[in-house]
Design a protein around this ligand. Structure first.
Ligand code: ADP
Length: 377
């Protein structure tokens, strides 16, 4: 039942009160200290409190710790008259434990005829939707990981070669030392030089493995401030051998003063690697002109980060509209998920991914990512 200590009860209030009481959506009121003084049964059901228990509490008491700062900031703006109302999706702590996701719509009702102003909130339980969204995110992350595994499978020969080279060098160096030792011909100077080479080679092999492992890691989306140029160089290191094996000339044109972006390192690496491998694959049949892959970073007209991956391959042809469709592939062993997953990863970062023909040959794939500083404003 909706209990109102104030404002004054008038006849029209009665009609409103009946409406609130029967509303399937939570309705509540709180004074300036945030203490509740009115709530309908839908609101009480969301939280599991009785009326008298609720009136001992304030809005912040039942707001989940991680959501308090944002909530307080909006309340502050409301109090300072910077906004008339606000909408916020946040978590409440239910009586006896457990969290519930709600969408709250809060307005400040000015005082009238001697009554104090108060906060008025409409509260909707959105837990099922949030749970479905989380499940979808987990499924998408798993799909993205599976596609990374496939890409890595394609790169397996390159990676094996990259690790094998330093290992062979280590074996050769160690065998040479053993031979010299047996002949009593190993000077300390020579031994030091060889050991230094062995350390450098094993560090190199270790780095390849670390890069591969971090790329394949399983984990939730993790957004950090990232330098896109750094990401590009890391991915080019992963694809380095694939480029040389396919006799592809790499051009890397990076804008130095690029703003940082807020993103998941592994996901963005995955997008770049997809585009680079696709570019290389689009050039395998090209024999009458140079195979050139150009990776550029720049600042877009809107001040965001823009990356272009351009090739001199076979081009997009008739299929330009279908490239981003799931399972669309023109390759014998293709899965057709790379571009569709890449697009959803970029859109998940608030950016865009698209393709255009490249003149006179090939294709360009562009993506943008919001600059981190612009997100704050
Ligand atoms: P897959 O590589 O497994 O086929 P993708 O989703 O990455 O899956 O690509 C889908 C299709 O888009 C490819 O099969 C190819 O026909 C086309 N495509 C992708 N990148 C390029 C490119 N750089 N040049 C020409 N066609 C491309």
């Amino acid at each position: 039942m909706l209990v109102m200590k104030y404002p004054a009860r008038r006849r029209t209030d009665l009609r409103w009160r009946i409406a609130f009481e029967n509303s399937a959506i939570g309705v509540t009121m709180a004074d300036f200290t945030g203490r509740f003084f009115a709530a309908n049964s839908a609101f009480l059901n969301i939280l599991g409190y009785t009326e008298s228990e609720l009136y001992q509490l304030t809005v912040m008491d039942i707001t989940y710790e991680e959501d308090r700062e944002l909530n307080l900031g909006l309340i502050q703006e409301l109090m300072e008259g910077k906004r008339q109302h606000f909408e916020l999706e946040k978590r409440y702590c239910r009586k006896g434990g457990g969290l519930v996701w709600v969408r709250t719509n809060v307005a400040l009702v000015p005082g009238m005829g001697g009554t104090a102003s108060f906060w008025f909130a409409i509260v909707e339980d959105i837990t099922p939707r949030k749970e479905a969204e989380e499940a979808l995110q987990v499924a998408q992350a798993e799909l993205a990981r599976m596609s990374r595994l496939t890409t890595m499978g394609e790169l397996a020969a390159s990676i094996a070669h990259e690790v094998n080279q330093p290992l062979t060098a280590i074996t050769n160096n160690s065998s040479a030392c053993l031979r010299l030792l047996a002949d009593h011909a190993l000077s300390p100077d020579r031994l030091r030089r060889v050991l230094e080479e062995i350390v450098a080679d094993s560090t190199r092999a270790g780095r390849v493995i670390a890069r591969t492992r971090s790329f394949l890691k399983k984990g939730p989306t993790e957004k950090n401030k990232l330098d896109v140029n750094e990401l590009i160089l890391e991915v080019l290191a992963l694809a380095d051998r694939e480029l040389s094996r396919n006799q592809v000339l790499l051009k890397c044109e990076l804008t130095k003063t690029l703003p940082k972006v807020l993103g998941d390192r592994v996901q963005l690496q995955q997008v770049l690697l997809n585009l680079i491998i696709n570019g290389i694959e689009a050039m395998t049949t090209v024999t009458t002109r140079p195979r050139i892959l150009c990776v550029q970073s720049r600042i877009s007209e809107l001040g965001n980060v823009m990356v272009a991956v351009c090739d001199s391959g076979t081009g997009l042809g008739q299929d330009a509209d279908r490239l981003f469709d799931p399972f669309f592939t023109t390759k014998a062993n293709g899965m057709g998920m790379g571009l569709s997953i890449s697009r959803s990863l970029i859109e998940g970062h608030g950016g865009r991914l698209w393709a255009t023909p490249h003149s006179p040959h090939g294709a360009v794939f562009y993506f943008t990512l919001p600059a981190e500083s612009r997100r704050d404003s």
